[in-house]
Unconditional design. Structure first.
Length: 464
């Protein structure tokens, strides 16, 4: 580390700091600066201001800074420890432990600014990643090594699904996960860590937290830190990684906050002009290579339930599967609160999911589409006004909707009901039984929160 003073702070613009240099030898973008009298302060060079000054992002409370403070160059970018020593640990954007478990044991460090693999080395798999969650495996199957978006407003269950997936992959597939907590409540992170510990999942997870109380620069770069940890597992240890982000929209928000402070002319909806490239730089690192896979599952907050929001729209093109979590479904008491008709997957192809699953999916989607209209008729005139064929279709659609409900392992202490892992093939078989009319004698309410039809028929109804 070079100890000579390179410049001074000339302006403090909230979380953006302007640093003037004594010579025209300015630092490179992303280089870390610190103060001569306080090495705990971290500033990151972001853009050029004038011929002899730069704008920096502050990872430190600006109250610690003052005009005229002497600045020292470190000639390095932000780097974090990587490797198995990160599993079971909680760190911040700099890789510093946040869980009171002592120092991180790691022999190597890695810059948070990795480059995407060469295009020719990217491997695209058509293998399905079974999650054990009925509604997801049947209607929006996940691609191993793909990207999945969980879209929804506040309080519809995005974090519950994320942690459930983390549990199921760790327990049933023996995989490891990297979690990036961006801009969410620290209470939620604490509850999640307690749940992961209670369910013996934490040893297989590395968590990077940049919560909503942190500086915008911390929230903006937390995803980069988590991506570097995942890339190391993929490239150096040839592991298959599950990469979680909660919440990707908060990263967009943090970039917008910094853009405003930098006086950059905004784009659509007031977002930063660099919105598309900010998202692309991050998302294009989360790909699979010949050495290992990164399957990315990202929760995306939808402000005011407005899916036309530019911040939400900027994320959509990167996802193979789109899961829409609906407030209306949650209010009906069905969990997971997935709006089936508004969700989609690029894997709905007979060559990938199999002919039986494909045909069952098309038929189920057909009757659920018709159900939307019939449900309006029933709410006004009653079920008796439907024709016999429509009445049969209406009841089967309700059976499918209720069958897709499922208790979660990760909130069993709140619901009082044990979670369940259901094989995709069992779900396909059960849906075919419903579609074929074999269960027309059942009441639709009997389908709520059962595991499989086989288990439910043993004792009237099996609890999840």
């Amino acid at each position: 580390m070079a100890e000579e003073v390179a410049g001074t702070i000339s302006a403090i613009l909230g979380d953006v700091i302007e640093v003037s240099f004594l010579t025209r030898d300015k630092p490179n973008r992303h280089e870390v600066l610190t103060l001569a009298d306080d090495p705990t302060v971290k500033l990151e060079v972001y853009s050029s201001s004038t011929a002899d000054s730069v704008y920096c992002l502050s990872f430190t409370d600006p109250n610690k800074l003052y005009r005229g403070a002497k600045v020292v160059r470190l000639y390095e970018t932000i780097s974090v420890p990587v490797g198995a020593g990160l599993l079971g640990r909680v760190v911040d954007v700099h890789g510093n432990p946040q869980d009171n478990k002592g120092d991180i044991v790691a022999d190597k460090r890695r810059s948070i600014y990795g480059s995407p693999p060469n295009y020719r080395s990217v491997v695209v798999s058509r293998e399905i990643l079974e999650t054990g969650i009925k509604i997801i495996d049947f209607f929006t199957p996940f691609l191993k090594g793909g990207k999945i978006g969980l879209f929804g407003g506040a309080g519809v269950g995005k974090t519950v699904i994320l942690t459930e997936l983390m549990h199921n992959i760790a327990i049933f597939h023996k995989g490891i996960s990297v979690f990036a907590g961006i801009g969410e409540r620290i209470r939620e992170a604490q509850e999640m860590i307690e749940n992961l510990t209670e369910n013996k999942v934490l040893p297989n997870v590395s968590l990077v937290l940049g919560q909503m109380n942190e500086r915008p620069a911390v929230r903006f770069r937390t995803g980069y830190t988590a991506a570097s940890i995942a890339e190391y597992f993929r490239d150096q240890e040839s592991r298959d990684i599950l990469f979680f982000v909660d919440n990707a929209y908060r990263m967009v928000q943090a970039g917008n906050e910094l853009s405003t402070l930098l006086n950059i002319i905004p784009s659509e909806d007031g977002y930063q002009a660099t919105l598309t490239s900010d998202i692309g730089i991050f998302e294009e690192r989360l790909v699979s290579s010949g050495k290992g896979t990164i399957t990315s599952i990202q929760a995306v907050y939808v402000p005011a339930d407005d899916f036309t929001d530019s911040g939400v729209q900027s994320l959509m093109p990167y996802f193979d599967s789109f899961v829409h979590l609906s407030r209306a479904v949650a209010e009906e008491g069905r969990r997971p609160a997935v709006d089936i008709l508004a969700s989609s997957s690029g894997l709905i192809d007979p060559a990938t999911i199999g002919r039986k699953h494909y045909d069952a999916y098309l038929e189920a989607e057909r009757i659920l589409s018709r159900y939307v209209y019939l449900d309006r008729v029933v709410s006004i005139a009653g079920e008796q006004e439907l024709s016999p064929d429509d009445r049969t279709l209406y009841r089967r659609a309700k059976m499918i909707l209720n069958y897709m409900t499922q208790y979660s392992f990760m909130v069993a202490n709140q619901t009082g009901k044990p979670g369940s892992y259901i094989r995709r093939q069992d779900v396909v078989d059960d849906v075919w039984d419903i579609l074929s009319g074999r269960l027309d004698a059942w009441d639709a309410e009997q389908m709520l929160y059962i595991t499989t039809l086989k288990e439910a028929s043993k004792g009237g109804k099996a609890s999840g």
